[in-house]
Design a protein around this ligand. Structure first.
Ligand SMILES: *Cc1c(COP(=O)(O)O)cnc(C)c1O
Length: 419
């Protein structure tokens, strides 16, 4: 089964002309896995499937099998796989100018910063390439902005902020630290949703508090209604920078552009990545003045940050959200999906709780979730399990009621098997 012939047989003609023009070697599943075994470092637990194509809420594997994708790209493909607005802008930009160094101005980066700023709290942006880099930039900026002697960072238990050194240290989960010590100094951990713990932890050396409005990797833990507001008040009173990590919650996922908008309190710095680029790698921070001004020329940088190609993709994401009313669809489909998950919870006693906002939903189980994820995948549905016992479903913001019905049917039959 080498070569493109076998692959072409099951692909719709449009796909054949779009992709298979000799640029790609089409291998079967086994051949691809063998390459990984031999040449790719095994730092991920991979599902035994090779994905070759995606469109909306659907993906296809190298054997031609179709799956419904309710965890698209680990929350990256928020507007669905290969959204036409993203593809169109990327194709045009790729043929015009892919990259230019940040010692020049470039239109796309400026337009993207304006989109982010106008949809949030009117701050200024710095661009990088991933969530961890956005967190890294936010922490560096908080230390640089606050007076000398303020360097401590307070973060929350069960948080997740990425895999660079400062980001794993802010990530208050021991499993992400093991083997990498010594970690950078100055990090303090407190329980999530516990305002008095933050109050006690802040001292004259505290630079910043960093928090996810909904903890993603930590198990879809939602901030209490008055929590973010309480943090805002504490940080104002004590001269501390407030950072909201919206890498997973941002760009419409929860039914607002940014999750903090549910509570109405803006941070001093917000981090973004994942779905910002519609599949292209891009990260960003947005910072309020005067915090933003502390990032002076030469103080921080990223070679690829906000390059024309990545900015074009992210502008395509904003276009898709605006023109197709995807925030509204997220609210509607989020309510529909949540109700369906709650109906599952009534039928299956292993489901302890359904929680989340918009299309960022989790089901806490009384048993490990991994076997259910595998069995859903066998039946043609991709979902995720995080924090061992939390099934996480985050379909694209373009998802339809029919697709949700289909996914719920598969999840129901997998849950019944486990019970
Ligand atoms: C995924 C994630 C990160 C890290 O993003 P990378 O792009 O993997 O570096 C940081 N913060 C949150 C909240 C995330 O969900």
């Amino acid at each position: 089964m080498n070569g493109g012939g076998a692959l072409l047989e099951y692909l719709p003609p449009v796909f054949g002309t779009r992709l298979l023009r000799g640029d790609y070697v089409c291998m079967n599943t086994q051949e691809t896995i063998e390459l990984f075994d031999k040449y790719v470092i095994a730092n991920y637990t991979r599902l035994g499937i090779v994905i070759v194509r995606g469109e909306g809420s659907r993906i296809w594997d190298a054997d031609g099998r179709e799956y419904l994708d309710f965890f698209p790209g680990w929350a990256v493909s928020g507007v669905g796989h290969c959204h036409p607005a993203v593809v169109r802008r990327l194709q045009a930009q790729a043929a015009t100018l892919m990259h230019v160094a940040n010692n020049f101005y470039m239109e796309g980066q400026g337009l993207l910063a304006r989109q982010i700023s106008e949809h949030s709290f009117g701050g200024k942006c710095f661009f990088c390439n991933s969530g961890a880099e956005a967190v890294e930039a936010a922490l560096k900026l908080a230390r640089k902005y606050t007076p000398a002697g303020r360097y401590k960072i307070i973060s929350m238990e069960n948080s997740f902020h990425g895999r660079t050194y400062a980001a794993i240290t802010a990530t208050a989960q021991p499993k992400y630290h093991a083997g990498f010590e010594p970690l950078p100094e100055g990090f303090t951990y407190v329980p999530y949703n516990d305002l008095s713990a933050v109050d006690e932890a802040i001292d004259g050396q505290t630079a910043a508090v960093i928090v996810e409005p909904i903890q993603g990797e930590g198990g879809i833990n939602v901030a209490d209604d008055d929590y973010l507001e309480g943090l805002r008040t504490l940080c104002n009173e004590r001269g501390v920078v407030l950072i909201f990590d919206e890498v997973q919650t941002g760009m419409g996922r929860t039914g607002e552009y940014f999750a903090w908008q549910h509570s109405g309190v803006a941070p001093d710095i917000m981090t973004l990545a994942k779905s910002l680029g519609g599949g292209m790698p891009i990260g960003a921070i947005e910072a309020k003045e005067p915090v933003a001004a502390a990032m002076t020329p030469g103080s921080h940088a990223s070679t690829f940050g906000g390059n024309p190609l990545a900015a074009a993709a992210a502008l395509g994401v904003f276009e898709a959200i605006e023109q197709e009313g995807l925030i509204e669809n997220t609210r509607k489909m989020g309510a529909y999906l949540r109700a369906a998950l709650e109906t599952l919870a009534e039928k299956h006693s292993i489901i302890r709780q359904v929680r989340g906002k918009g299309l960022m939903l989790g089901m806490e189980l009384s048993v490990p979730g991994a076997p259910i994820v595998s069995s859903c995948l066998e039946k043609g549905l991709n979902i995720n399990c995080t924090h061992d016992t939390v099934l996480r479903v985050m379909p694209a913001m373009t998802v339809t009621a029919d697709e949700i019905d289909c996914a719920i049917g598969i999840m129901g039959s997998c849950l019944a098997e486990v019970a």
